[in-house]
Design a protein around this ligand. Sequence first.
Ligand code: ATP
Ligand code: MG
Length: 333
Amino acid sequence: RPRILSGMQPTEDSLQLGNYIGALRQWVSLQEAYDALYCVVDLHALTVNPDPERLRERTRRTAAQYLAGGVDPDRSALFVQSHVPQHAELSWVLSCQTGFGEAGRMTQFKDKSAKQGTDGTTVGLFTYPVLMAADILLYDAALVPVGEDQRQHLELTRDLAERLNARFGEGTAVVPEAHIVRSVAKIYDLQEPTAKMSKSSSNGKGVIWLLEDPKVAAKRIRSAATDSGTEIRYDPVGKPGVSNLLTIFSALTGRDVEAIAAEYDGRGYGHLKVDLADVVVEFLTPFQERANTYLADPAELDAVLARGAQKAREIAAGTLARIYERVGLLPVG
Ligand code: ATP
Ligand code: MG
């Protein structure tokens, strides 16, 4: 079966709704047909210097949310990135294949570093996309399910794979495809509907957290920013706020966006928001029950992660040995 790999950063206690709709949900459906590996990318989270105790806690919480979202650890390998040392090792090789200017063109780095200034920005944040390329190439992944914001990093990964094949021979790396579901690839901030909803967005007021009190989430939906008109239609350019609510509504109910728009048009934004708030509560409540079950038994959760890492290391060791050999590193005698 073709292989897929994806991950999320344990940068907060909770994932946000865009992580679920844009990525986690795809992971769950893809694990049926693919040999899937899903990791909590804790080494990536180090780029923003988290508190050590919180990072550990957030790593477990992120894994619990993968499980609550439907990742099946008997089918897919669920693991923590730092438990597989080959990620950091391959990252070094790839960083020696990446142009400095090429890395400097990554827009996520420009956005995140602009907020922190040159001294607050780490070299790790700069080389983040190279580590991400290592995450993917290490497993010869054919497909990488991510949100729209990762498209440029995926392009870099593909360029690096092609470069390795050109320099060191075909078969050095598998060139992966991004799997981005256009309709849900970018969920927007509820208060600022032209910006991506993010775990680390500046104030967090427009974010729906998967583990927050559903009542608070409902309130945030009801106070989402919409434009001054009254018409309800799907028009991301003219009506970004309403369109974002329609996208979320559709994603969580499986109903068609146009059908939802037609049902609410003429009845005002209030009705749409009240009903969407209920939909969100109905989604969050059982999700949180499941997450809490996993969090209540950290030993069992750690055992699941250990099993996943074991499987991941077996694949990673083979790929790394192949690439080390191709680039000319001397094998242990
Ligand atoms: P951070 O602010 O810490 O970078 P994040 O919310 O961007 O957090 P990541 O851990 O960087 O989350 O990304 C995890 C996955 O979720 C990636 O595949 C990313 O593309 C996807 N994703 C993140 N935000 C959204 C969003 N608003 N809509 C759709 N997909 C998203
Ligand atoms: Mg991100």
